[in-house]
Ligand binder design. Structure first.
Ligand code: ADP
Length: 298
């Protein structure tokens, strides 16, 4: 087993009577990208906050790059970069000035600061914007700057909380390319997302969270085969027809997934009778997500 960049075992976090994280097990092998998938309220952000020791677990073990949290959070924090969901960039400063501030926060030696800033500007493709004030940047550039800022001290592990939320598809692609580049440098990444496509595109393994727990973890293709089978049958029709197909499919042991205009029949290998006719398509990670979390993708 490769060394682990992150290991959570039995982690629990409550807020009063509310259990936000409920016995979570999660691993990020070094050099891999793990996608933390889950619907709103599943506990993804709380998990991220525990990894930066902004939230302290009530129970369980957390280890980051060999450092136990929360006790050794300072040493762990020095080795990781954090891309927060909320953009708290100083808008009165330029791109370059924002990065310089972080070289100080991360105690990068004076003689190395210049090179660290240039490197981060290069990775995020922002060199020609170095003198632009943050309030003049587009949404995509701001997000790239947030990522660049997390990289000035060459972290071995990067945490990203919903890295492309609210960005249009083209800008999302730019961010994906950036994350790919990081991964190819051997940086370990834990990324929370509720975009299935993002996880499919970037993550080596995904952990699906629901109600504070990991309900599945593994390589996307393996999870798909395990939970949904190779193929799904998609049946289209008016609502009454869909309800009928759904009931019939469930009666022969299939799992079903409803969308607005269709019902998808899953786990065809379980069928104890003839499968209704429909459009065959490969099962996908979205099917797994819906099956395990009971949530439709919004
Ligand atoms: P996600 O990021 O998957 O949407 P969160 O970790 O934000 O989920 O939230 C998990 C649950 O914990 C939710 O029910 C949320 O309302 C609750 N929660 C999160 N942070 C707090 C907090 N600081 N105080 C009280 N409840 C919280």
């Amino acid at each position: 087993m490769p060394p682990l960049a992150i290991r959570l075992h039995g982690v629990r976090k409550t807020y009063g009577a509310l259990v936000a994280v409920d016995g979570l097990d999660l691993v990020v092998p070094e050099g891999t990208c793990v996608g933390l998938l889950g619907p709103n309220g599943a506990g993804k952000s709380t998990t991220m906050r525990m990894l930066t020791a902004q939230a302290i677990p009530d129970a369980g073990e957390i280890e980051v790059l060999g450092h136990r949290l929360p006790g050794q959070s300072k040493s762990a924090r020095a080795l990781m970069g954090v891309v927060p969901q909320l953009d708290k960039l100083d808008t009165t400063l330029t791109v370059e000035q924002n990065l310089v501030v972080f070289t100080h926060l991360y105690r990068i030696r004076r003689t190395e600061r210049r090179a660290a800033v240039e490197r981060a500007l290069g990775i995020a493709n922002l060199a020609d914007r170095r003198d632009t004030r943050v309030d003049k940047l587009s949404g995509g550039m701001r997000r790239r700057l947030l990522i660049a800022r997390a990289l000035v001290h060459r972290p071995r592990l990067v945490l990203m909380d919903e890295p492309t939320v609210g960005l249009d598809p083209q800008v999302r692609q730019e961010i994906w390319a950036l994350i790919d580049a990081l991964r190819s440098e051997g940086v370990s990444i834990l990324m929370s997302t509720h975009y299935i496509e993002e996880a499919e595109r970037l993550a080596d393994t995904v952990t699906v969270m629901s109600h504070g727990r990991a309900v599945a973890a593994g390589v996307p293709d393996v999870l798909i085969a395990e939970h949904c089978g190779a193929e799904a049958v998609e049946v289209y029709g008016p609502p009454a027809r869909l309800a009928e197909v759904e009931a019939g499919a469930q009666a022969i042991g299939l799992r079903t997934r409803r969308t607005g205009t269709s019902v998808a029949l899953l786990r065809l290998q379980d069928a104890t009778g003839p499968v209704p006719p429909g459009e065959r398509r490969p099962a996908n990670l979205e099917d797994v997500f819906v099956l395990l979390t009971g949530e439709e993708i919004t």
